[in-house]
Write a protein that binds this ligand. Structure first.
Ligand SMILES: C[S@@+](CC[C@H](N)C(=O)[O-])C[C@H]1O[C@@H](n2cnc3c(N)ncnc32)[C@H](O)[C@@H]1O
Length: 232
């Protein structure tokens, strides 16, 4: 049987700007984009990127909860992941993080930066949204970033759900959608990838897979790029 993190639900843990920059190959031009962080949770990307002058809106179902509630859930979820990791360490690449302790410290730093920013800016930056539908306007953003939500959790969310989220992101995004990683929790390419790439509903789009400079799960170093016609 394949070994993997055993997670009952999609966990509430967050990554940093440095990780997003690598996962999504964000060049300096991204500073001129209107970026939507999809299912952003306790990531510090929005806080850090905003401080650097990027235009970022974060969106997640958790943003209706209070900071202490979010912090508690995040600490609990991080504990669940950290407890399982030593036995699965060989499934990961220990470059960006030296070891499990360094990973824990990095994730704590991310959620603490998030909580501080969430308390300060609230719904100016952090919009409650339950995907697949949102209240965002048509083409309100130029780029949408989806980190550790679609594909990774293919055992938790159906292909139909993926389709609906992508349909919604196509409505609210003018240029492109980037999704990372494209592997599932077993570290295998998600079964939804080929299905999506051959889905008639999306055959007017340019869908490609690009290697990026971030690999924590072994072989999890590719992102999907979905470009709306005429934008590439
Ligand atoms: C693993 S975290 C990823 C957080 C962030 N994108 C990152 O990579 O650091 C997954 C997030 O998905 C959110 N989520 C799960 N289902 C959702 C839904 N239907 N709508 C909005 N957010 C959802 C969770 O609340 C959680 O914050």
């Amino acid at each position: 049987m394949d070994r993997q993190l055993n997670l009952k639900n999609i966990v509430l843990i967050g990554r940093t700007f440095e990780e997003y920059h690598k996962m999504f190959d964000l060049g300096s031009s991204s500073a001129n984009e209107y970026i939507l962080d999809v299912a952003s949770g306790v990531s510090s990307f929005c806080a850090e990127a905003s401080a650097k002058g990027y235009n970022v809106t974060a969106s997640d179902q958790i943003y209706t909860s209070s900071p202490p509630e979010i912090e508690k859930k995040c600490r609990d979820d991080l504990g669940i992941v950290i407890k399982q990791l030593p036995a699965l360490a060989d499934l990961y690449v220990w470059n960006f993080f030296r070891d499990v302790h360094a990973l824990k410290t990095h994730r704590e730093k991310a959620y603490k930066s998030f909580i501080k920013d969430f308390k300060k800016y609230g719904t100016k930056r952090y919009i409650p949204a339950i995907y697949p539908s949102t209240d965002f306007k048509e083409e309100q953003f130029t780029i949408s970033l989806v980190s550790h939500f679609l594909f990774l959790y293919e055992d938790h969310i159906s292909y139909d759900f993926h389709r609906k989220v992508i349909r919604e992101l196509l409505r609210i995004t003018s240029k492109e959608i980037r999704i990372f990683p494209i592997v599932n929790l077993k570290g295998k390419k998600s079964l939804h990838i080929d299905r999506l790439m051959h889905d008639k509903e999306f055959n007017h789009l340019q869908i490609s897979i690009k290697k990026v400079g971030y690999e924590f799960m072994k072989d999890g170093n590719e992102m999907m790029l979905i470009a709306k016609s005429g934008c590439n």
